[in-house]
Design a protein around this ligand. Structure first.
Ligand SMILES: NC(=O)c1ccc[n+]([C@@H]2O[C@H](COP(=O)([O-])OP(=O)(O)OC[C@H]3O[C@@H](n4cnc5c(N)ncnc54)[C@H](O)[C@@H]3O)[C@@H](O)[C@H]2O)c1
Length: 344
């Protein structure tokens, strides 16, 4: 095995390791429970099979799910559970997800549901899954009424972040991960740019692990992980998901900075820092899609599933990020104008 960085998600007797590095697939063998006699691999056709770990001393079955959000459904969960049953999986056995965030969300939910919960190990092959989706135990699927509306908290037994997999990750998917990575700079108010990619991924995992350990079920600080996401979700809805999630988050981070500035929470220099990280460090220079109006975005921001009685934002301040509600339409509009003016 090559050099690896290991981070622990501390959750008492459900604590687990996240191993980050090149050539780290063999760590998956140590993450499966000793009771396992069968391993059910859940993956997608587009993911090279070289990222599927080998397991000794167990029977292995492979289960392919479709790519794209349209396959992130309850019918996929039913099919997987039926296949697990046909493969003879029992409560002592294990599911191993090999893929991006869609695979870890779906396989994680299938594992949480099958026999009322069997162990799952995630092998993250996309940047977004490594620094976000595979860590923290949120699993779920979409229904017609909304994304990720049905799911469960189900912590994995371990996570392997195989960085060799980034070599084949399509560029657009890489940008999705970079959008989320930019977010972590502002959560901890640190410049992560001096770190190597392995250390930067490990640092993002550590930040997420600390947040999850403190607030597993999003009663408080876990909501800070939604920084930049209020406008991002609205942009995804307004463009019928033609804008990639990470591209939308990149724009959403800049908007959140303008809004915080309009509310007197941060100064212009801090707004500029947002542009330096998003545009400069991560090269995420996305304009607002053509034809999108402030009115449309305000309506779509109100549809966010986290909005309770007003649009909810995570906003920066001198002391860090906070969840903020009850912002006037005027400020929301002014900040949209600031964003549109600056993006040109
Ligand atoms: N559970 C959470 O906490 C959480 C957090 C953020 C996002 N998510 C979810 O994650 C999903 C997005 O994840 P994603 O950005 O990884 O997208 P994805 O899983 O849909 O993967 C994108 C595409 O890249 C392919 N791919 C993945 N790894 C590859 C590799 N190494 N080489 C070649 N192709 C590869 C996939 O097959 C897919 O076609 C969404 O469904 C989102 O809701 C979950």
């Amino acid at each position: 095995m090559s050099d690896a960085v290991e981070e622990i998600v501390n959750l008492g007797d459900r604590s687990y390791s996240v191993v980050v590095g090149h050539g780290v697939l063999p760590h998956a063998q140590n993450m499966i429970p000793s009771s396992a006699r069968r391993v059910a691999i859940v993956t997608q056709d587009g993911i090279p099979t070289k990222y599927i770990p080998s397991f000794a001393g167990v029977d292995v079955s492979t289960h392919i799910i479709g790519a794209g959000e349209s396959h992130k459904t309850l019918s996929t969960i039913e099919r997987l559970c039926r296949e697990f049953s046909q493969a003879g999986l029992t409560r002592g056995d294990v599911v191993v997800a090999v893929g991006g965030g869609m695979v870890t969300d779906v396989a994680g939910f299938a594992a949480a549901s099958y026999h009322r919960g069997i162990p799952v190990v995630h092998v993250a092959t996309s940047l977004l899954a490594m620094i976000d989706a595979a860590v923290g135990g949120k699993t779920g699927v979409n229904i017609a009424e909304g994304k990720n509306l049905v799911g469960a908290y189900w912590q994995p037994h371990g996570v392997v972040c195989e960085m060799d997999a980034l070599d084949t990750l399509p560029e657009r998917e890489m940008r999705c991960g970079l959008g989320e990575m930019a977010k972590y700079h502002f959560i901890v108010r640190e410049d992560l740019s001096s770190l190597s990619m392995v250390d930067r991924i490990a640092r993002c995992v550590r930040i997420k692990a600390d947040i999850v350990s403190a607030d597993e079920r999003e009663g408080g600080i876990r909501a800070l992980l939604n920084y930049g996401h209020t406008l991002a979700h609205a942009l995804e809805i307004a463009t019928d998901f033609s804008i990639a999630h990470g591209e939308a988050v990149a724009v959403g981070l800049l908007y959140a900075a303008h809004l915080a500035n309009r509310m007197g929470r941060i100064d212009e220099a801090r707004v500029d820092e947002h542009y330096e990280v998003v545009h400069g460090l991560y090269g995420l220079r996305h304009a607002l899609p053509n034809g999108i109006t402030p009115d449309q975005l305000i309506i779509d921001m109100g549809r966010d599933k986290k909005a309770i009685d007003s649009i909810t934002f995570v906003l920066d301040s001198a002391t860090g990020l906070e969840v903020v509600t009850g912002i006037s339409d005027t400020k929301i509009r002014e900040a949209l104008t600031d964003l549109m003016t600056r993006l040109g």
